[in-house]
Design a protein. Structure first.
Ligand code: UD2
Length: 310
């Protein structure tokens, strides 16, 4: 991705701002973010970066922006990312997580915009509690929350709009991403940002359950590199990729590794498990590897990078 006009919705958020960092030198970047979770300080300071504080649910604004800029590449990363929030306010979050993205697709279709590729960020949440492991892109789908339902439905819109109307599109399902600029403010923020925050403030960290639950943790820099490979690839079209490492790590092991890195014992209290919590999660990474992508950050290396960024 070079000398291109690139739109990143949610570009002031965790993954979006790391993506903007990686692309801003060689491209013209437009970020749309309502700063509901994102932060303006996350954005790189550059003349190549154009920031609009807007919600993607402002249809007229988004349509005008798309027509005016004629983007080469579009990354749809804006979302209400908290599953709990979507359970509390399903109608409102559906506007953001699905309808606003549909409006972007509609604008591209109706205005015949010639984009090189559009990417939509989905989530491992679409697999729900289905016990099949490791999760393949072809594994059964079981979206449980409004969040997962909107992610899955929007995946289908993005892929099938691509096929029906000749728009180059691709979808990724993120597993548990961690790294610099992850916002620890909500109890449903990524667990590693919460652990880092309690370490910084010398607070007790609450483990929900016995700590034996597992996740596939991937460092954000690996995620960004995977996105760039997928965006550049001619074969990554109208299909979905899991973005993960293929390694399954328990929360107890994460605490141990993190504790070693900071050279302290992390103070924890064990509490009752969260309702709806998934016990095990790990991805199959064959499809991602077939693109020539391999994650380069193991958990320890990623955690060291993350800790040093704080
Ligand atoms: C991830 C996604 C979520 C959704 C879901 C689908 C993140 C931040 N969240 O939720 O959006 O896609 O996958 O399955 O990527 N935990 C604690 N103490 C804490 C916080 C968390 O013990 O203070 C536990 C939590 O109960 C869970 C594990 O840590 O077992 C990971 O929690 P998480 O919120 O980081 O991610 P997850 O996989 O539940």
């Amino acid at each position: 991705l070079k000398n291109s006009k690139i739109l990143i919705t949610g570009g002031a958020g965790f993954i979006g701002s790391n993506l903007a960092d990686a692309l801003v030198e060689d491209n013209e970047i437009v970020v749309v973010d309502d700063l509901s979770m994102g932060k303006i300080e996350n954005l790189p300071k550059s003349d190549n970066l154009h920031f609009f504080e807007h919600s993607i649910t402002d249809y007229q604004f988004m349509s005008n922006l798309l027509v005016e800029w004629n983007f080469d590449y579009i990354f749809l990363l804006a979302a209400v990312a908290s599953v709990a929030d979507t359970i509390e306010r399903p109608m409102e979050t559906h506007e953001v997580n699905q309808n606003a993205n549909l409006n972007i697709l509609e604008t591209i279709r109706i205005k015949h915009l010639k984009i090189k590729k559009l990417h939509f960020a989905s989530s491992a949440a679409v697999y729900g509690n289905n016990p099949e492991l490791p999760k393949k892109e072809t594994s059964p789908i079981e979206p449980l929350s409004p969040y997962a339902i909107d992610k899955y439905a929007t995946e289908r819109f993005v892929i099938n709009y691509g096929k029906l109307y000749g728009i180059p599109t691709v979808v990724t399902r993120f597993f548990n991403v961690y790294g610099p600029k992850q916002n620890p403010e909500s109890p449903y923020s990524g667990v590693l940002s919460i652990i880092a925050d309690s370490l910084k403030n010398n607070e007790l960290f609450s483990v929900y359950g016995d700590g034996k639950q597992t996740r596939d943790f991937i460092y954000v820099e690996d995620v960004i590199q995977a996105l760039i490979v997928i965006m550049n690839s001619a074969t990554a079209l109208h299909t979905v990729y899991n973005i993960a490492t293929g390694r399954e790590t328990s929360l107890n092991d994460v605490l141990m590794v993190f504790g070693k890195i900071v050279n302290r014992k992390i103070n924890v209290e064990y509490k009752t498990e969260r309702s709806g919590d998934i016990m095990r999660s790990v991805s199959d990474v064959h499809k991602l590897r077939s693109m020539g992508f391999n994650s380069v950050y193991g958990l320890e290396k990623g955690l060291i990078m993350y800790w040093n960024s704080l």
